[in-house]
Design a protein. Sequence first.
Length: 291
Amino acid sequence: MHTIDPKEMPIPELFGYLTASVGPRPIAFASTIDRDGAINLAPFSFFNVFGANPPILVFSPSRSGRDNSTKNTLDNVLQVPEVSINMVNYAMVQQMSLASTAYPKGVNEFIKSGLEPIPSETIQPPRVASSPVQFECIVTEVKALGDQGGAGNLVICEILRIHIDNSILDDTGHIDPLKIDQVARMGGNWYSRANKGLFEVPKPIMQKGIGVDQIPEHIRQSTILTGNDLGMLGNIERLPTEDEINSFIEKNPDIQLLLSTQNPDKLHQKAQEYLIQKNVDNAWKILLALH
């Protein structure tokens, strides 16, 4: 038995053990707003439901273990005590991950992730349109659990409205666990997809992806590429150069043949095959070769 004294272990290492041990954890995709109206969207897996009367959700934006800074979400709810908590399904997991990038304050993660905001009925922060279940909440209390790096902050939320996508309901009007297709966090880069098992999504901790908003419009409007595909494409730090694209094409006669057809759908399908293999760089080279 490996025994750990939390007080004698570096915080990042302790965090790794905790998140690998306690899981799968549901994800609160939290939309907040500051006093100037700037919107922030970020996921948190220190999250759960804690009561039905009143209906309470609690999530915890932790202080940074690297520099002890606080997250924009925490700063926002202290200024405007309202939050939209959106559940995450598999179809949006890559865009959700992209939204977790540490973009500077003032950057709207709805725009960076390519997710559509829709107005809430009772609060100011918008909801995520593609989320299967969306909660409009007021923040009743924020309880700091410490003032050092790694310390949590319990954001206690009372639910005012619940919006449920009709497509995830069964014949009796209840949520079908297969249709909602939820994902949950494990340790490291690992996630769990309900009834499907484990999969990996590299967490953008150090890098800052260009964002879906920087993807050329003809690619964003593809009828082939999914939201997850766009999320993966937006998580790259830089686009391949013209020389890199040309070199790739010269070494791949099958790509040359596809390009000769001038058929965007076929090229997008080939790019999607590379994305399934987690080869984002080659997917970009194909997509950019056509223009």
